[in-house]
Design a protein around this ligand. Sequence first.
Ligand code: PMP
Length: 378
Amino acid sequence: MGPIYLDNNATTPVLPAVWDAMRPFLADVYGNPASSHHFGRKARRALEDARERTAALLGARPDEVIFTSGATEANNLALFGLAGDPPAHLLASPVEHPSVAEPLRQLAEAGFRVDYLPVDSTGAVDPDDLPGRLRPDTRLVCVMLVNHETGTIEPVRDLARRLEGRAAFHCDATQAVGKVPVRLDDLGVTSLSFSAHKFHGPKGIGALVVRRGAPLRPRTWGGHQQQGRRPGTEPVALAVGLAVALERAVEEMDRRCALIRELRTHFLSHIRAAAAPVALNGPEEGGVPHTLNLAFPGLRADALLMNFDLAGVACSTGATCSSGSVLPSPVLRAMGVPDDRLTSAMRFSFSPLLTPAEVDEAARRVAEVVTRLRRAGG
Ligand code: PMP
């Protein structure tokens, strides 16, 4: 058996059906969707059809879907676009992805006051903490739906209810779309973001889904595409791919989740039996089954990553490795994870394309590496 891919939170392969749907819009239907001639109109119809299908699947209206290059751009557009001018107060979770955390840091530098909500040991925010932390000048609240490192599901709907419309609410739903139900109308947030490549769609496209009437300022200026909120020629083939991948993910969500839950349970029990001590960073139950963050106390994440790769298991560290040192992940640190579990944290993430035999083999390889490194003294 060749290398086994357990890094599906980083990205996923494009499904053949998605690629088949995209192909004509790269070669044959190549018009600019803004052109009024026949070629342009044909491309425009495909683009607007993709937008309508995306909107319907996410509980939104077509004019509420802004296609972007991905979630990073969508998060930046939401944060800078909804924050307005300083001074004002912004409130966020401390476990956000860097594409939210970095803009927040920049907004703080620009004169906004940014506060962070506390999280429990699984990284979850308590909705009861929200009202007491709001200020008269709170303009934006930002909490993700599913955490990229631990799979923890945040209580976004309850948070939005507690907010009672007193500020805008942006939700990074990148690790949630296609894995748990995500609907703008149901969540009650102002905006949500995602990337197609996380659910077997193409790289280079995502969206910001933003409520009609929200005071969103553009971040780029140019043409009139997408009501001027994100100008530039729309990538028709990528939008078609996004819509088809999303349709599949929503249709098959229950089946995929059940399958992945079984794979994860199997993987975890194998590792626990063969590579103890192992600690779980994040929820044992109740999170999305796609993500498993495991710590191997006594070992270092950078050594584990390299040795897993050599043994044919692709995963990711739950920490940032730079110039020979392991920097603890801000997500795990915010959860209060002890040091030896911070510096040995590894993220395994699953997809429905994996077979039980592959997952079995991956668990065997992981346990073997861990045992060997422990024998060698780390
Ligand atoms: N938010 C979360 C929670 C993510 O996991 C990611 C991807 N790792 C992003 C945002 C950014 O997505 P992209 O790199 O596709 O822009």
